[in-house]
Design a protein around this ligand. Sequence first.
Ligand code: ATP
Length: 320
Amino acid sequence: MLLFTALSKRSGGVRRLVLSAAAKINLALEVLGKRPDGYHEIATVMQAVDLSDRLVLEDAEVLELRASTPDVPTDGTNLALRAARVLREAAGIERGVRITLDKRIPVAAGLGGGSTDAAAALIGLNRLWGLRWPAGRLAELAVTLGMDVPFFLRGGAALGTGRGERLEPLVGGAFALALVSPRVGASTAEIYGRVTPEMYSDGSHARQMAAALRSRRPATVARSLYNGLERVAAARHPQVHQMQAALLAAGALGAAMSGSGLTVFGVARSLDHARQLRARVSRASWECWAVRSLQGPAIRTRQYEPQGVAGLGPRRPRRA
Ligand code: ATP
């Protein structure tokens, strides 16, 4: 009992957390060149959007993960589980967690699904395990998991340079978008592997987008969209230009591919307009969403159960 109470105090009294983990789009993405370490130097404007995975974290003896879809790994290569492992090692503790991942962000779609799950695991476990790590220390660990993970620890909009991990927060406007994703994924490494020096640019598109966001006008944002990987991805996957053309024909203010693809987004005048775009481009081979830009955090705690509070065991169905 004494041990239980001590554990409860140390963990901040939480034994179960439910988190939402939002996707991102790249409003601008430029490849500036290749670095001696083999990675590409990029400049990108990332924007969190309200298409989210849901993660339930429960105190456990071991580290384990269950996922709602078969297209994500459930072993140690899952980024949420990797985040749990590296955090546990870095903190030097012997705690476990059972992660239940309800995947809503399409996988390998350029929307940062794995990275946002990793960020959610770091933020959630910092609390579940009672670590009280400051944001900066979590960010140092985040970058070892993936270049987009630090962005998701913050959310909103940001200019990313270096490999995308050096972040400058941007004041973004609230705008709506339609997302269209083919039911096939693309490998980020393969797309970057096909970039040639004549595709490099100087960072001016990303700077222009940062300024466009400050205008808070969807039409200005739409005019500044740019993705230097679009050509490479479209050469392999003709759906990219088909989705883009469909969004523009449906009335989107502008359309571009996100990240290394293959998701394409169209900028709308309003959420209603985004829903119209979604309806107009909808077809069996594509998945479509109407979403809003998120100005606040990408990772949000939806529910938590305090340790040792009576009546907060497994959830019972509510009476109608
Ligand atoms: P990137 O961050 O490389 O641009 P992406 O956003 O296009 O990636 P993700 O959905 O993160 O794509 O998936 C990339 C790869 O990561 C996939 O091959 C997938 O199997 C693996 N992966 C590992 N963990 C996860 C996770 N929690 N969610 C989605 N994919 C994951």
